[in-house]
Design a protein around this ligand. Structure first.
Ligand code: LFR
Length: 470
């Protein structure tokens, strides 16, 4: 059997097909990378799902024959299929505003306590539960989350992988089965929720037409299909005393636990209990993430990120900071203008240059990481000695150092491709090449370049800046 595995990993700003070879250690190469982003059509924000599928096929062709394929992506979004299996409409982007006010309505009807007690999920306006209630479901026979949709197009098999299903708001956090009473109470059609599958389960082989197009065939395997689940699986931690920040378009900051925390304090802090690999719980909160920086760069065509980061390092510390999680930052649009307005609203002078904006964004994000990590420790009682910062954000040295300084804890940065690594290692494990989560993490630690940042700098400055925000 070959020891090559393909990870299809779709992020909100780019997608990639990565090829891993486990013949000796773990080596990872990029077979294909492609941009991803929202497409506004007739006032609605969509994903270009067919374009993404085409790029996935291109990537798999370039990867060549493998032992198996795994697919992960961002969470919560889905396609509806009719009873013939055809897609009804184009999947809508979670940053679309059609769910405006839905979460509040559901909380008033069902009770926020009940919702949290059933699903353990943080309230984000775009959770699948709210999207489904905002959509027209007539004619819908099946709801497939994005990785499950890609898996269906590749194999013809439908199902719902549990780590991603846990972000719908409709999965029972205790039993990890669909929350039938809640689904019924909301008047959602129970039949659209397909059977659940676990990371490592085989979906099936490639459809003959797909295999013919690629010139080879391989089984598709469920992985931690929620990208964050795959990323957390690949955190190169030794022992349980760690927090993580999975940093890309979003920063997902928290700890890994053996079971959920469903206390009133946890709900009030809007912490989520998402399903991890091997029955673990990803106890975390969403921090707005590099989206703030990406949207600033979009507003400054022609700017160079490397130059801006170098200049930001020389800007005055704590000149202005914002709470990165203000809902006003969620939709696409002019980010510098929104940051400036937020600074004014909180009595601070807005940044006066792109480099000053970048400094403001990175310090604000580090403060967001600090609050989430500290609250995760406090609410769960978990001891934390080190923060693992994984994902694309781990390449951003200034952000890594700021996170160490703000948290007052060492940060171990990397791997940048944690998500793809978690994806392939779960496949390799199903093939018998790796055993438990611990061995899997040790393999990441021994094979991937990591950098360590000690907390340094101005403790009092970070405390003062945090006090300005939260
Ligand atoms: C990260 C992520 C987060 C989820 C957000 C929206 O890519 O999957 O975990 O909250 O995207 O789906």
């Amino acid at each position: 059997m070959s020891r090559r595995f393909a990870a299809v990993d779709l992020g909100a700003s780019s997608g990639r097909v990565m090829l891993a070879d486990l013949s000796g250690g773990l080596s990872l190469t990029e077979a294909h990378r492609f941009p991803n982003g929202p497409v506004r059509v007739a006032g609605r924000l969509h994903w270009d799902i067919l374009g993404l599928y085409r790029e996935i096929l291109t990537g798999l062709r370039q990867a060549g024959p493998v032992s198996s394929i795994g697919v992960d992506s961002w969470a919560v979004d889905y396609a509806l299929l009719d009873k013939s299996g055809a897609m009804l409409g184009n999947p809508v982007h979670y940053r679309d505003d059609r769910t405006h006010g839905v979460a509040e309505r559901v909380a008033a009807e069902v009770g926020a306590e009940t919702l949290y007690d059933v699903s353990g999920l943080q309230v984000l306006p775009f959770n699948t539960i709210y999207q489904l209630l905002a959509d027209r479901l007539d004619g819908a026979a099946t709801m497939l989350l994005i990785p499950d949709l890609i898996g269906y197009w590749l194999t013809g098999e439908t199902g719902a992988e549990e780590t991603n299903a846990s972000t719908t708001g409709l999965l029972d956090v205790r039993t990890r089965s669909w929350a039938a009473p809640l689904i019924e109470r909301l008047g959602l059609p129970a039949g659209i929720f397909p059977p659940l599958r676990r990371p490592g389960d085989e979906l099936g082989g490639l459809r003959p037409d797909v295999a013919a197009e690629l010139g080879w065939s391989a089984p598709v395997r469920a992985v931690g299909s929620h990208d964050t689940a795959s990323a957390v699986a690949a955190v190169p931690a030794r022992g349980p005393a760690f927090a993580y920040v999975s940093c890309g378009t979003w920063s997902l900051a928290g700890v890994e636990l053996p079971g959920p925390v469903l206390t009133p304090e946890s709900r009030a802090a809007n912490f989520t209990n998402e399903a991890g690999i091997d029955g673990t719980v990803r106890y975390l909160r969403n921090v707005m993430g590099l989206w703030l920086l990406q949207e600033c760069l979009r507003a400054w065509p022609g700017s160079d990120l490397g130059e801006l980061l170098a200049a930001a390092a020389g800007e005055r510390p704590f000149a202005a900071v914002v709470n990165p999680d203000e809902p006003v930052f969620l939709p696409p649009g002019d980010m510098p203008a929104r940051i400036a307005a937020e600074c004014r609203r909180t009595g601070q002078s807005p940044p006066s240059s792109p480099a000053a904006y970048v400094r403001c964004v990175l310090e604000s994000l580090a403060l967001g990481h600090r609050l989430a990590v500290r609250q995760a420790m406090e609410l769960s009682g978990r001891d934390v000695e080190v923060v693992h910062l994984v994902g694309g954000g781990s390449r951003n040295e200034l952000l890594c150092q700021f996170t160490a300084d703000a948290c007052g804890l060492p940060v171990v940065a990397g791997p940048a491709e944690a998500t793809a690594i978690g994806n392939v290692l779960v496949q390799a494990r199903a093939a018998g090449l790796v055993s438990g989560l611990e061995e899997l993490r040790a393999l990441v630690a021994s094979s991937q370049p990591l950098r360590r940042y000690e907390p340094s700098g101005d403790r009092a400055g970070w405390d003062e800046a945090a006090a300005r925000l939260f």
